[in-house]
Design a protein around this ligand. Structure first.
Ligand code: ADP
Length: 438
């Protein structure tokens, strides 16, 4: 029996008892007063409840009678719902954070392909602004016919590769649609611009290497066929010698090319290292000896070397860079020119190796491309002097691996200066090195 009925029955009992004792009128009056008191208490309780409803997260007001039975379960239920809601909100936030942490872009679309949500990566990929674009069709946002065709498919087994210009930047994006839930769509976006660029570089590189090897190989094969097809007595000893010299030249060029390719590959595949003290003056003098042989007296060679200055690094790598810059200067300087090789600290105290020539020079437009593999200003001249087109690419790589900079200054017709500038932390004193070695 509810508390209300018990209270009414109690008042009725009190009224009946007092009525039997003091008279029926008094009994009824007591009963009526009892009911009135119950109504007043309920009214007061109602006003407390209506106040409580406005701040429902608080516990209910103290209650009398049946109100406690009514309010307590409501409050318990509300509390449970609130906790559940908080937990759901936390799960939702975790899901959003996880989606934000995805390395790929992700966006959700409703059944009409209207944007509902996207993570920051997708916003960056597609140039979206969620506040403005939410609710708009992704077809209208992207306005790409290829994407419209892709979105019109019934299923999406494969992603779509799409070239887009976002904020003046050309990009190649991989987009993959997938249906989820009730007629909604998830789209995953990935920026593959860099991958495509690398793939193109790789293809160009393979094509270049094949081309570089094919030319000497064709010449070599031609000579071999001539020698093979000719009767022994058809060639004089001088002619035979001449052919063999030319063939050796071509074989030598292929050897130089393969050797430079191996050097580049070693530079790319091994990690950069702090290195040991490298006797730079010794390397420069050795390169100068080679340079003198290459120049064969056609140039004046000047040397300005600080014999006490060494750097930390790789002897093999630095030797390659030092001789590449010097042999280039000799190869691209006409007879009678002057080549100066220097190794000193610059005005800021940084160790600096430089080679200055009075050669043909390089046009400003070509300078940024000089360190690209196989780039030559004059292909014929490079080949004539035995160039592989890889010397400066190697020098640049070596410089980067020593945290150094390759600086190129040139004036067409007047000459060039190629310099490798090392950070001061790389320098070491040649004398200190000998002492520590002792
Ligand atoms: P290559 O084997 O063709 O010399 P490099 O990578 O060493 O290849 O040099 C790339 C190009 O830079 C050369 O083909 C040449 O056109 C230009 N170059 C390099 N050094 C000099 C220089 N000292 N003077 C003028 N041009 C140079």
């Amino acid at each position: 029996m509810s508390k209300t009925l018990v209270s009414v029955a109690l008042w009725a009992l009190i009224g009946w008892l007092l009525g039997a004792w003091l008279g029926a009128d008094i009994g009824w009056a007591i009963f009526a007063l009892g009911l009135l008191a119950m109504v007043l208490v309920s009214g007061q309780q109602l006003s407390r409840v209506s106040k409580w409803v406005k701040s429902i997260d608080e516990p209910p007001p103290p209650s009398v009678g049946p109100w406690d039975e009514i309010l307590a379960p409501i409050y318990r239920k509300l509390k449970r719902n609130r906790l559940e809601l908080q937990e759901r909100h936390r799960s939702f936030q975790r899901a959003i954070l996880a989606a934000e942490a995805l390395p790929d872009g992700a966006l959700t679309l409703d059944g009409d392909m209207a944007l509902q949500w996207c993570n920051q990566t997708a916003a960056g990929h597609l140039g979206l602004n969620l506040d403005q674009d939410k609710g708009h069709s992704i077809l209208h946002i992207l306005r790409a016919p290829d994407f419209a065709r892709y979105a019109g498919q019934k299923s999406w087994d494969k992603p779509l590769l799409l070239h887009l210009t976002i904020r003046n930047q050309e990009r190649l994006l991989q987009l993959h649609l997938a249906p989820y839930g009730r007629g909604h769509f998830l789209m995953v976006t990935r920026d593959v611009t860099q991958i495509e660029r690398l793939e193109n570089t790789r293809k160009d590189f393979v094509a270049n290497v094949s081309h570089e090897l094919r030319t000497p190989l064709t010449v070599l094969t031609g000579f071999l066929e001539t020698l093979h097809d000719m009767p022994d007595d058809a060639l004089t000893a001088e002619q035979r010698e001449h052919y063999l010299t030319l063939m050796m030249g071509q074989a030598g060029h292929m050897q130089a090319l393969v050797s430079d390719l191996l050097t580049l590959s070693a530079l790319e595949s091994s990690p950069g290292q702090d290195g040991r003290p490298v006797g730079m003056p010794g390397l420069i003098h050795a390169a100068l000896d080679q340079g003198k042989a290459l120049s064969a007296g056609r140039h004046a060679l000047v040397v300005l070397v600080d014999e006490d200055l060494d750097v930390l690094g790789s002897t093999q790598e630095l030797s390659s860079a030092v001789s590449n810059l010097l042999t280039n200067a000799i190869r691209y300087t006409p007879d009678g020119g002057t080549i100066t090789a220097g190794w000193q600290r610059d005005a800021e105290g940084r160790p600096r190796y430089w080679v200055q020539d009075t050669g043909i020079g390089i046009a400003a437009v070509d300078i940024p491309r000089l360190t690209e593999r196989f780039f030559r200003v004059d292909r014929g001249r490079s080949r004539e002097t035995g160039g592989t087109g890889l010397g400066l690419a190697i020098a640049k790589h070596v410089a980067i691996r020593h945290q150094a900079e390759l600086d190129i200054q040139s004036t067409p017709g007047a000459g060039s200066t190629f310099a490798i500038e090392f950070p001061t932390e790389r320098q070491c004193d040649a004398i200190a090195q000998h002492n520590s070695a002792a």
